[in-house]
Design a binder for this molecule. Structure first.
Ligand SMILES: *[C@@H]1O[C@H](CO)[C@@H](O)[C@H](O)[C@H]1NC(C)=O
Ligand SMILES: *[C@@H]1O[C@H](CO)[C@@H](O)[C@H](O)[C@H]1NC(C)=O
Ligand SMILES: *[C@@H]1O[C@H](CO)[C@@H](O)[C@H](O)[C@H]1NC(C)=O
Ligand SMILES: *[C@@H]1O[C@H](CO)[C@@H](O)[C@H](O)[C@H]1NC(C)=O
Ligand SMILES: *[C@@H]1O[C@H](CO)[C@@H](O)[C@H](O)[C@H]1NC(C)=O
Ligand SMILES: *[C@@H]1O[C@H](CO)[C@@H](O)[C@H](O)[C@H]1NC(C)=O
Ligand SMILES: *[C@@H]1O[C@H](CO)[C@@H](O)[C@H](O)[C@H]1NC(C)=O
Ligand SMILES: *[C@@H]1O[C@H](CO)[C@@H](O)[C@H](O)[C@H]1NC(C)=O
Ligand SMILES: *[C@@H]1O[C@H](CO)[C@@H](O)[C@H](O)[C@H]1NC(C)=O
Ligand SMILES: *[C@@H]1O[C@H](CO)[C@@H](O)[C@H](O)[C@H]1NC(C)=O
Length: 788
């Protein structure tokens, strides 16, 4: 019972824990005290740690915030309630948020804006109220307590009225966005701040067409020489819709940008007329749909002498092929010093019109349709065009010849920056010519696989990232920044090639390592980015990386990006986290020592074996065991083919073969002898032969001499017969001493021979001829079979 109870308790606790985890999982809180509760289908403000600094509640279903919902979060700096269903916010809801700097209430259901919400938000810098259905702002001041507000986003399609004092006393605004597409009433001065606002963005949409007068009042309030004016989301088709720009001119606006708008030749012409003589110096057009072919010559008489910069981006020109003659626009173009026409289907600037660009210092024609064919007229310098050009960007066009590009820009006498990235050069010629002034060259993503001396050595910044380079050998004496990210280099280039290099970017290559000497060769290098390479985490490299690398340079891309590729066991581990054991680190010495040890031990064993004749004893033992296995005892006489097996040394062969054999085999009664030379079966192992022979012989005759003792075979024979002698007939061995042998000269190992010599009488071969007959008869007697 108790067990069941305990189990239940454990399960209950686990269940509660799981529930708890699930609860805290709705909000992800990080170490920076930022809780992200976005998109969690929340219907009320959740409970989070009270020391939270940032709280993201966007994309939920929260309908109201009462007095106590946020009261414990008094450290809060960022509160995001974007896209909820907020209908009601208690007047004291934010009363403890003294530190709040960012508040986003956009896209909710707030029908009224209450000044009491903001009373305590003394630190608030950014406030977003866009997209709520409030219809009026003012007349009572709403934001007067927000003394530090810098950024305000206000308005919605529901906004009908803007009252004069509604925005009092916003004197520190840097940035304001105002949405008022359905504004019906605008009181003069409502958007006018005491101090000019840094940048004002207006989305008044159709009001330009339907109520130009109201727009004029708005523009009057926000036009100021120090305010960057952005007009968004308008459609200007007729000359009336551009009338409000009179106010922009009068206000002295210097920077005007249109975004997400569409316009026509007619509207643009009248715009130019209204702006005649304005101090405008910057005109920007972003995400513009243009219907027309550039027929603006009606405005030819106008003066725009202050215009310096045109920034055009993402321009969709209906009928852009009709746009080729720009001479008509000369009255405008001749003023510009700085022109960017990005992503605007530009495919050529006709040769005849480039003279209009005499003053140009900066030209960005990136993301267009320039080809090798059309770039030639476009960069035509015939009539003094481009002589001040400092920077040219033709990135992301469809250029294919680097040689042609280099020839064309040679004529640009002041060119310093050249961006050729995202073209398909693939290769480069051996020789190129460049303006001597060139310092910055961007050849990123141009499919280059090898470098040639084409590149100018005057460069200080060279970007060759995202190509296919495998080696880098050219010298650049002035280069301070080299970008080789995303190539296939296996090692760092030689630092001696870059005596001025400051920054080297070489991420995502195939670098295996770098070391002290390779880094030291860069005399002036300060910053290196080399993460995401195929590092081989050898001990040398790991220890160098951990200890010494930052003494030489700063790893700008963060040490955590330096990850091992090999060995396989470490793949994906940050080098900083790798710990290598002593054995791994000293693998080669360790293995060497181990091998040496094994070899030495083996050598010792072999030596010992040799010294102790282990092999010999082993062979003997084996032979003996084999012999023992045979049914030795009770051999029949017919099995004994020989009377004697003669065991002798090769040196005594003459005596045995000439004298002994002649005496014993050729005279009656004759004995049959077994001689290894004569009677051994060829192809068998010698020991087997000996065993076999001895088995088949009645006796073994040892012919002893000094040589006998030193002969290997004799030893086997002796030993084997010794076993036999011990096992069977004791007298099967017959010893003949050919010469006197001192027993002491017999090696100790042959103790058996010694024993036999001790235990048995032996026949001595006499020097004296007279005594030989006696010797023979003794021998014959000794070899005589016992008849039974
Ligand atoms: C919060 O999480 C959502 C996804 O749940 C993510 O889209 C959003 O960027 C996160 N916000 C912040 C500030 O990290
Ligand atoms: C505020 O709302 C929470 C739930 O959202 C509720 O628990 C709490 O009682 C409410 N407080 C007051 C003062 O209404
Ligand atoms: C508001 O300004 C317009 C011109 O922008 C002017 O015609 C009008 O009289 C002004 N109204 C008031 C009440 O100042
Ligand atoms: C662009 O302007 C149109 C109105 O002219 C508007 O409906 C649309 O939302 C705007 N797009 C963006 C991205 O602001
Ligand atoms: C506006 O254009 C119409 C023709 O489209 C013309 O009759 C009228 O005079 C123009 N108004 C101004 C102020 O240019
Ligand atoms: C280029 O401009 C077109 C509109 O003219 C736009 O749809 C497209 O997204 C732009 N491309 C880029 C990369 O901005
Ligand atoms: C030209 O205008 C571009 C885009 O506004 C700007 O980034 C660049 O610094 C300007 N260059 C010069 C020389 O004024
Ligand atoms: C050239 O244009 C590309 C694409 O618009 C841009 O990414 C790059 O920064 C520009 N280069 C320079 C040096 O401004
Ligand atoms: C070179 O061009 C690429 C692609 O436009 C860009 O990402 C890179 O920042 C440029 N390099 C430099 C040094 O400006
Ligand atoms: C350093 O690395 C280079 C290759 O990058 C290699 O040629 C050189 O032998 C290395 N030097 C030392 C001391 O390991």
């Amino acid at each position: 019972m108790r067990l069941v109870g305990t189990m239940t308790a454990i399960i209950l606790i686990m269940f509660i824990l799981a529930q708890g985890l699930e609860c805290s999982q709705t909000c992800k809180c990080d170490q920076m005290y930022f809780c992200n509760c976005s998109s969690n289908n929340l219907h009320q403000v959740p409970t989070v740690p009270s020391d939270v600094l940032g709280l993201d509640l966007s994309f939920n279903q929260i309908e109201s915030i009462n007095m106590t919902d946020l009261s414990s979060y008094n450290e809060l700096i960022i509160l995001n309630l974007h896209k909820n269903k907020l209908r009601h916010i208690h007047r004291d809801a934010f009363k403890s948020q003294h530190n709040l700097e960012v508040l986003d209430l956009s896209l909710n259901n707030l029908n009224n804006l209450s000044p009491s919400w903001f009373h305590k938000l003394k630190s608030l810098q950014q406030l977003n109220l866009v997209g709520n259905p409030y219809s009026t702002v003012g007349p009572a001041p709403i934001f007067s307590s927000l003394v530090n507000l810098r950024t305000l986003h206000l308005g919605s399609p529901s906004l009908r009225e803007l009252h004069k004092n509604g925005l009092d006393v916003l004197t520190h605004l840097d940035e304001m966005t105002f949405f008022g597409s359905n504004l019906r009433s605008y009181e003069n001065g409502s958007l006018k701040a005491a101090r000019p606002i840094g940048s004002v963005s207006l989305s008044l949409q159709n009001l330009f067409e339907s109520d130009p007068e109201l727009v004029s009042k708005v523009l009057q309030d926000v036009s100021h020489p120090e305010t960057l004016l952005i007009i968004k989301d308008v459609t200007m088709k007729t000359n009336t819709s551009t009338e409000p720009f009179k106010m922009v001119k009068e206000g002295g606006t210097k920077s005007l940008t249109f975004q997400n708008s569409s316009t026509t030749d007619q509207a643009l012409t009248s715009f130019l007329e209204f702006m005649d003589g304005s101090p405008l110096s910057f005109i920007g057009l972003e995400d513009i749909q243009f219907v027309g072919i550039g027929e603006w010559q009606k405005a030819k008489y106008t003066h725009h002498d202050s215009l310096r910069t045109a920034y055009l981006r993402n321009i969709e020109i209906e009928g852009f092929f009709g746009f080729s003659s720009m001479i008509e626009l000369g009255f405008l173009l001749k003023h510009f010093h700085n022109v960017s026409v990005i992503n605007a289907t530009v495919f050529v600037i006709p040769k005849e019109t480039t003279f209009l660009l005499k003053n140009l210092e900066y030209m960005d024609l990136s993301q267009n349709l320039l080809t090798d064919l059309t770039i030639q007229p476009t960069l035509y310098t015939g009539s003094g065009a481009y002589q001040n050009l400092n920077m040219l960007n033709v990135s992301q066009n469809v250029l294919k010849s680097l040689g042609l590009m280099s020839r064309l820009v040679t004529n640009l006498k002041k060119l310093k920056y050249l961006d050729l990235s995202y073209n398909s050069f693939v290769s480069m010629p051996e020789k190129c010519s460049w303006p001597v002034t060139l310092r910055f060259l961007n050849l990123s993503s141009t499919k280059l696989s090898t470098l040639t001396p084409c590149l100018p050595s005057s460069l200080t910044v060279l970007d060759l990232s995202e190509n296919d380079l495998k080696a880098f050998k050219q010298r650049f004496p002035h280069l301070t920044t080299l970008i080789l990210t995303g190539n296939r280099l296996m090692k760092l280039p030689d630092g001696k090639l870059f005596p001025s290099l400051n920054t080297l970017l070489i991420q995502r290559n195939a670098l295996r390592m770098f070391n002290q000497s390779s880094l030291r060769s860069f005399k002036t290098l300060l910053y290196l980015e080399a993460g995401a390479n195929n590092f081989v985490c050898s001990c040398k490299f790991v220890s160098f990386f951990k200890k010494d690398v930052e003494d030489l340079i700063t790893l700008q891309d963060g040490r955590q990006n330096y990850v091992c590729n090999t060995p396989f066991t470490l793949r994906g581990n940050a080098i900083d986290s790798v710990r290598l054991s002593v054995f791994e680190c000293y693998m080669i010495p360790a293995v060497s020592v181990l091998c040496f040890g094994i070899i030495t031990a083996l050598g010792l064993v072999v030596l010992t074996c040799h010294k102790l004749h282990v092999i010999w004893y082993l062979q003997m033992t084996k032979a003996w065991i084999q012999a023992k296995r045979k049914p030795a005892v009770g051999r029949l006489p017919e099995e004994l083919r020989y009377d004697a097996f003669v065991s002798y040394s090769q040196h005594d062969a003459e005596w045995v073969e000439e004298i002994l054999v002649a005496e014993l085999e050729d005279t009656q009664p004759s004995f049959s002898l077994c001689l290894h030379k004569r009677d051994f079966r060829p192809g068998r192992w010698i020991v087997d032969n000996i065993i076999d022979s001895i088995e088949k012989s009645y006796r073994t005759l040892f012919v002893l001499s000094e040589h006998f003792v030193s002969s290997e075979w004799c030893r086997y024979e002796l030993d084997f017969s010794h076993f036999r002698i011990m096992d069977e007939h004791n007298d099967s061995a017959v010893l003949v001493l050919l010469e006197p042998i001192k027993k002491e000269t017999i090696p100790k190992r042959f103790c058996k021979l010694r024993k036999i010599m001790n235990s048995r009488t032996y026949l001595e071969w006499p020097e004296d001829e007279d005594k030989r007959d006696e010797f023979w008869s003794n021998l014959r007697a000794a070899l005589q079979r016992d008849e039974c």
